[in-house]
Ligand binder design. Structure first.
Ligand code: FES
Ligand code: FES
Length: 394
């Protein structure tokens, strides 16, 4: 073992390390900077790219001991970097990441392109990116994001970025974290969706939902009853939860229920066990049902807000507008933003509407409503069909 001292993200770190430990392992296992990803560990995929004295290198084929006294920047060290801040925004806007595995390496290379090649066109960007592989094959978004930053800087030059470009051209070592004034770190967020409900007393999770951290699906349905009748029914948490297909309530208070919701979508089946609370705004006739649950099989976790607002259309006809914002963590997260799943959610809302009507027509019924398995092929065909209809009616 040898003692090495490195300047990592602006901080001097001294650790004992074996001769054969590569920098990627050292960063992840010894310094706990797990934002550096390892893919091939053969210098091929670029996932492990970090900056060494301001230049991108493969940390999987660089010995940690060979970096004695050098400056390393990992993905955790760009909070104050003006180029990375632009790239983060552009990657979000151009959907340049799916699973995000390649993203730390992609961003390090992208930053280098922006600094070295202000005039790069698409062809050049693609050549420069050839050493970074995206297993999700999201190259179009990645290239578009980099081109957008280059264009933005050509149209509105930034003196701070220009200084970094000059230093890069002169081969000056730039410690990213200390090169510019500190800014607050901004993480990636799902593309912002404007929320129409604002509350000064919103909880942290509500704020996250309002800020669009999640997938948002809007839908609405009509119920052939007066708005007061529907509101009185939908203010009852047990009644509302009882209309959700596949939901089963195990315990309840007026403001909180515990239970599970079973979902089937083709071969995918999940049973989220958890709880939900309700907040009502009597004046606006709107309410927010906030739930969280875990699927014991896949260990996926779901968090969601269902906001609904009632509007009288006629004396005995009410429109219920529903905005569902949800996040999925764990193995099922990969499905969360797909059009199929969003369509599935829209259909769940439509079924919920039918169940509300049914329950209002038959107040005595109390059996839980079973979830119907949805056929993904049928859902896909219906999405294609609605797109064709939209195309011809445009
Ligand atoms: S993990 Fe280093 S290049 Fe693939
Ligand atoms: S976004 Fe998944 S590997 Fe690139």
């Amino acid at each position: 073992m040898k003692l090495v001292t490195l300047l990592i993200n602006g901080k001097s770190i001294q650790k004992a390390v074996s001769d054969r430990t590569h920098l990627g392992d050292f960063l992840r296992d010894t310094v706990q900077l797990t934002g550096t990803h390892l893919g091939c560990e053969h210098g091929v995929c670029g996932a492990c790219t970090v900056l060494l004295d301001g230049m991108p290198i493969r940390s999987c084929i660089t010995y940690a001991v060979a970096c004695e006294g050098r400056t390393i920047t990992t993905i955790e060290g760009y909070a104050a970097d003006p180029v990375m801040s632009r790239l983060r925004t552009a990657f979000t806007a151009h959907h340049a990441l799916q699973c995000g595995y390649c993203t730390p390496g992609m961003l390090a290379t992208a930053r280098d392109i922006v600094l070295r090649l202000p005039e790069a066109d698409e062809n050049r960007v693609r050549i420069e990116l050839a050493g970074n592989l995206c297993r999700c094959t999201g190259y179009m978004g990645i290239v578009s994001a980099i081109l957008a930053v280059l264009k933005e800087l050509r149209e509105q030059p930034d003196p701070v970025v220009q200084k970094l470009r000059d230093e890069t051209a002169q081969g000056v070592t730039v410690s990213v974290a200390s090169s510019v004034a500190a800014q607050a770190f901004t993480s990636f967020e799902a593309k912002r969706i404007v929320s129409d409900v604002a509350s000064a007393s919103a909880s942290a999770s509500e704020k996250n939902m309002q800020e669009g951290k999640g997938t948002r699906v809007n839908a609405s349905f009509e119920v052939p009853f007066a708005v007061e009748v529907v509101w009185s029914f939908m203010s009852d948490l047990k009644a509302v939860a009882g209309c959700l297909p596949g939901a089963q309530i195990d315990a309840q208070t007026p403001e909180r229920v515990e239970g599970y919701i079973a979902i089937k979508f083709g071969p995918m089946a999940a049973k989220f066990k958890g709880n939900a609370t309700i907040e009502r705004d009597e004046l606006k006739r709107s309410a927010t049902l906030r739930g969280t649950g875990q699927d014991s099989l896949s260990q996926s976790r779901a968090t969601g807000d269902v906001r609904y607002q009632l509007m009288a259309l006629e004396v005995a006809r009410t429109q219920v507008s529903v905005a569902l914002t949800y996040t999925l963590q764990g193995p099922l997260a990969q499905f969360s933003r797909s059009g199929l799943v969003q369509e599935f959610v829209r259909r769940m809302v439509a079924d919920f509407g039918k169940n509300v009507t049914q329950r209002l027509q038959n107040p005595g019924a109390s059996d839980p409503i079973a979830s119907e398995s949805m056929n993904p092929v049928r859902v896909l065909l219906s999405i294609i069909w609605s797109k064709i209809k939209r195309f011809f009616s445009a």
